[in-house]
Design a protein around this ligand. Structure first.
Ligand code: PMP
Length: 404
């Protein structure tokens, strides 16, 4: 899109300035942070630092207002109906564990079923395995078609009277597939099941509207959407949160404590034991405000254009196979090589200051289904450029020639 100025966008990222030669294609692992996010955290410590909710002084009120303001920003970003539907967590992983521990343990009975997909990140598999082992649940797994899209016919067959939950990614971190959430959620609801959407990858690339989506739970991590590490969020429908018991316990989450018995706060505080990540919440809000201030359609078009250019160039390289070619996939490319080990390729690329990732991408069941030990992943984001794509293609051509 001619309206999109990638140079102006890049100039806002200090790390890209301190590493001028770097070609960073590991955005699915974590994104870099714009200056406004770093500034927001620093300003919080300089002007508003205090512990929240309890202390009786003006600085504490300022800190509390900053923290609760961040919660409202997350709610607005996801178009949640209410700010108290947002629970701050350490990230997507902790948010999924929260749902498994609290909602899962209180709602699931032996013989109940959870549907997962072959695409899931370990963070959206292992918490359910632990819950299943503890509660005598059955996990059912939706398989893939050859292009890496979900086998929807199988999904509809797996849904049944014992299905209680579908836990599904909005965008596969390993091969880029975007499952058809609308169809999946409608079918799950028709069977009385709840749906958890893992938006860890989707959050940086597409607007997410939890009301339009009609999901029940949605999780993400700030660090994958231009925000700080150490914080993320769970969105859940207010009526679900209202019935969920505490999971972690301590200060902040209680209403009244006595040795005779303890009562708990209303959501979301019931699920936020201890001092929360205050500066990180402010940084997350700055990241979401920053992203909301961009022309998101132009960003997505830019990413898609780069991804198409990358895929066109890769198709001309002998001995390279793109793993995952589902229509509408997100801006990342996973590669397998006929005559080279992905780890060796990544080392050669790193020597040229090209940052990629190799391995199973925390999706070992997916790699097993694909009969691969791992792939080399190039994951894009809005600050990548056409020149970087051309440089990567040239470096890959040289590398594969050398490794032949
Ligand atoms: N789900 C997906 C799809 C992911 O890509 C990731 C991070 N790689 C996670 C969950 C877990 O996120 P975090 O490690 O930030 O908790």
């Amino acid at each position: 899109s001619p309206a999109f100025d990638v140079a102006a966008l890049r100039a806002q990222f200090p790390l890209l300035r301190t590493h001028p030669g770097l070609i960073y294609l590991d955005n699915a692992a974590t994104t870099h942070k714009p200056e406004v996010v770093l500034d927001a955290e620093r300003r919080f410590y300089e002007t508003s630092n205090a512990n929240v909710h309890r202390s009786a002084h003006r600085l504490a009120h300022a800190a509390t207002e900053a923290f609760e303001g961040a919660r409202r920003t997350v709610a607005r970003f996801l178009n949640a109906a209410r700010a108290d539907e947002i629970v701050f967590t350490r990230g997507a992983t902790e948010a999924i564990n929260l749902v498994a521990h609290s909602w899962g343990r209180s709602q699931m009975r032996p013989g109940d079923e959870i549907i997962l997909t072959t695409l899931e990140h370990h963070a959206n598999i292992v918490p359910w395995q632990l819950l299943a082992a503890e509660r005598g649940l059955t996990l059912r797994v939706v398989g893939l078609l050859p292009d890496g899209s979900l086998d929807l016919a199988q999904y509809h067959e797996l849904l049944g009277p014992r299905t209680r939950l579908l836990a599904v990614t909005a965008l596969s971190n390993a091969i880029g597939t975007r499952p058809p959430l609308g169809e999946l959620i409608a079918a799950a609801h028709a069977h009385g099941a709840r749906v958890l959407v893992d938006a860890a990858q989707a959050i940086a690339h597409e607007p997410l509207d939890v009301q339009a989506l009609e999901a029940d739970f949605l999780v993400f991590s700030a660090h994958k959407v231009f925000g700080p590490t150490g914080i993320g969020a769970l969105w859940a429908r207010a009526e679900l949160l209202a019935d969920m018991p505490p999971w972690q316990a301590g200060g902040e989450m209680i209403e009244r404590v006595s040795f005779a018995g303890t009562t708990y706060q209303a959501p979301p505080y019931r699920f936020e034991a201890g001092t929360p990540p205050l500066a990180q919440a402010v940084g997350l809000a700055a990241a979401l405000d920053w992203l909301s201030g961009q022309d998101r359609a132009a960003l997505a078009a830019h990413e898609a254009e780069l991804c198409r250019a990358l895929e066109r160039g890769l198709a001309e390289l002998p001995g390279v196979r793109i793993v995952g070619t589902a229509p509408g996939k997100g801006p990342l490319v996973s590669l397998a090589f006929d005559h080279a080990h992905p780890f060796d390729v990544a080392q050669f690329l790193d020597a040229r200051d090209i940052a990629t990732r190799v391995g199973s991408h925390c999706a070992q069941p997916l790699m097993e289904a694909l009969h691969l030990s791992g792939t080399l992943r190039l994951s894009l984001c809005a600050y990548n450029t056409r020149a970087e794509i051309d440089a990567v293609l040239a470096a890959l051509a040289d590398t594969l020639e050398l490794l032949r």
